[in-house]
Ligand binder design. Structure first.
Ligand SMILES: O=P(O)(O)OC[C@H]1O[C@](O)(COP(=O)(O)O)[C@@H](O)[C@@H]1O
Ligand SMILES: [Mn+2]
Length: 635
């Protein structure tokens, strides 16, 4: 990276920058928000993003203490969250003088709220959070006090002009956006944006527009990255999940992946099958023929998936997955399967294309379908735009200030020793395992034309491998869950990590191994929904698990609508969100999803920028500039 101090070479320039940097070091640490397992629930995610996990309302309360009644406060809060929608509503209901007064009141309020949220930041940072077109006007409003008599006329003239020139709505929308950005400075997504819910693409678009975002890849995100990287197995898995959750239109409409060939194959070989009917949210009933089409596709792609697993498992003995070869354990009639010495009946079998003498061979039509899908995935421009963002802003784990972020787990044995993957005689475990997998992911993504190389196979390993940090279980028993009743075959055997992470000693060891401070730092995980009645705070507050069920199908398990963890200058808080009904509902009734905030760690002294990773970088710049200044002064 270019040296940020390079442009300061004269005594006055260096002095000014030193004053600026030293001032920034004393500002309070900006707020970070952590969310995970969004699983395509765009509306709920947007709501949380827009209300700053409840922080925007708190800022309004603090800024206007005693001035606004509850109803006005609520309306004003919704203006900040959804300016476009609230302005459209306003234009339908107010005209003339009333409208004029509304603008005067609300523009003034927004300026005050903006000033209030901006106090934590340097002027230059605030400017960067503004829409460039309005930066000049907004700064004039922000840094002029409307209460001093001679400024008042000037201030009001700007507001009147904004109204007169019909720019006021655009200014309001831009300013609300700035307030949202300043309320939460950095957003960490701890994995699983994709699968199960309706609009992961929109979640990615929103994150791209927002900036100040980093992502830890989740196992579901890997499927889509893998798809763009040309992994047939990742594609088969994600198409299967999209069919299962009635989300195939994301593929067709959003990413331009043509499913016609798959649908034709499916119609030829498969009929209705209760095990493969799509899961549909209550109220979203499907027409019978549509449900049947999806049920057929679901079977066709599941069988392609099980077939594709064979050659990869066989060519990668180092993955240790030979026990996942299942199609060859079916009997000749394909009505029973023998696993670990037990024979189980198969229900809802759909093996019309499986040749008992060569069960992993794709027939010609299946081969054509999967080749066409791979071509479509590797050529989808929109998918690549989204995956480029996930790759450039994402990683396998991240150390950020006092937190270590990991979607799933760090694979260990029951004694808590790191375990991993042995490739060409070398075993990768702990941080080295993460680094190996990340390096290969980047290689695979950069070379979508290579489809059977180790890097591409490792993408699938990330999804389902026994020592994948993103999966965290020994087996993914998809086949057994579709076809076998016996519940013992459905066990997926979580890694011992999930027991051990309750112990503060274990978490301290992890932190040390990842180069963090075991005394002050924390681990943040997503991935495993926190069941009703269980706490997301483990290991004496050193470990947080924030998969709270943004994913609607999992809300019955968690009983809530999601968590956000906040880390600000005063400490850490856990916000619990109630299930979100719909955006229309929220807007019609101005209902926030009720959130409770629990303080989980309080700082004795307000933390400043100096105590953050950015602060450490700034300290380096200060040292460089001080040396340069001393040299110039000595000359
Ligand atoms: O709820 P479904 O659709 O049956 O999915 C269950 C499958 O999803 C997994 O839990 C992986 O997905 P998650 O990362 O969301 O946990 C598998 O371990 C399991 O086999
Ligand atoms: Mn996950």
């Amino acid at each position: 990276m270019a040296d940020p101090t390079a442009k300061f070479q004269t005594i006055p320039a260096i002095t000014t920058e030193l004053i600026n940097l030293n001032a920034i070091m004393h500002l309070p640490k900006p707020t970070e928000a952590f969310m995970s397992d969004i699983h395509g629930e765009y509306d709920a995610f947007q709501h949380v993003l827009r209300n700053g996990s409840g922080n925007v309302k708190q800022k309004i309360r603090d800024c206007f203490a005693g001035e606004l009644n509850e109803a006005t406060l609520q309306r004003f809060a919704f203006l900040v969250y959804y300016p476009e929608e609230r302005l459209a509503y306003l234009h339908q209901h107010e005209t003339g003088d009333e409208l004029q007064q509304w603008y005067l009141d609300n523009v003034q309020r927004l300026v005050r709220l903006l000033a209030f949220t901006a106090t934590k930041y340097s002027r230059s940072k605030v400017r960067k959070a503004m829409a460039p077109n309005f930066a000049y006007i907004t700064e004039e409003l922000l840094y002029n006090d409307d209460r001093t008599a001679d400024k008042q006329a000037y201030y009001w003239a700007i507001i009147q002009h904004l109204i007169g020139l019909r720019q006021v709505d655009a200014w309001i929308a831009a300013t609300c956006d700035t307030i949202q950005r300043l309320t939460v400075d950095r957003i960490h997504i701890v994995g699983d944006i994709y699968d199960r819910g309706p609009a992961p693409d929109k979640v990615v678009e929103a994150l791209m527009a927002r900036g100040g975002v980093d992502i830890q890849w989740g196992n579901h995100d890997i499927l889509w990255l893998g798809g763009a990287a040309g992994s047939a197995l990742c594609i088969a898995n994600l198409v299967r999940i999209s069919a299962r959750y009635n989300n195939l239109d994301i593929l067709e409409d959003t990413y331009g992946i043509n499913l016609r060939h798959l649908a034709q194959l499916a119609a030829r070989y498969y009929g209705d099958n209760p095990a493969f009917r799509p899961k549909v949210a209550t109220g979203d009933e499907l027409a019978a023929d549509e449900a049947l089409d999806i049920t057929r596709i679901h079977q066709a792609i599941a069988i392609i998936q099980f077939k594709l697993e064979g050659p990869v498992i066989k060519r990668r003995p180092e993955f240790g997955m030979a026990h996942r070869l299942l199609l060859d354990k079916l009997d000749a009639a394909q009505t029973h399967i023998t696993l670990n010495g037990h024979t189980y009946p198969i229900h809802d079998g759909c093996f019309a294309t499986v040749d008992p003498t060569d069960p992993y061979a794709l027939n010609d039509e299946e081969q054509a379908v999967i080749s066409q899908l791979v071509t479509a995935f590797t050529h989808s421009e929109r998918l690549h735009r989204h995956m480029d963002f996930l790759v450039s802003h994402g990683s396998m784990y991240r150390r950020y200030n006092h937190n270590l972020l990991i979607h799933g787990c760090v694979p260990v044995d029951t004694a808590g020793e790191f375990v991993g993957l042995t490739l060409q005689g070398k075993t990768y475990r702990g941080p080295a395992l993460f680094d190996l997998l990340e390096e290969n992911l980047r290689t695979a993504y950069a070379h979508p034309e290579q489809r059977a190389d180790l890097a591409t196979d490792l993408l699938w390993y990330l999804w389902t491998g026994p020592n994948s940090p993103l999966f965290g279980k020994h087996d993914m028993t998809t086949f057994e869950r579709y076809f076998i009743d016996a519940p013992e075959t459905h066990d997926e055997h979580p890694n011992p990590y999930y027991q051990l992470r309750h112990s503060a000693d274990f978490v301290r060891q992890l932190l040390t191994a990842f180069g963090m401070d075991p005394a002050t730092d924390h681990v943040i995980n997503g991935h495993t929904p926190v069941k009703k009645g269980k706490s997301p705070i483990l290991a004496d507050g050193k470990m947080f698990v924030i998969d709270g069920g943004f994913s609607r199908p999992y809300q019955a398990t968690t009983g809530i609508g999601g968590y956000t963890l906040l880390d600000n200058s005063n400490g850490m808080q856990l916000v619990t969100h109630q299930p979100f009904t719909s955006k229309a509902d929220a807007l019609a009734h101005l209902t926030d999803i009720v959130s409770t905030k629990r303080v989980v760690e309080t700082e004795a002294k307000r933390r400043t920028v100096a105590e953050t990773d950015v602060g450490r970088q700034l300290a380096g710049q200060i040292a460089t500039l001080e040396k340069r200044l001393a040299r110039l002064q000595g000359e």
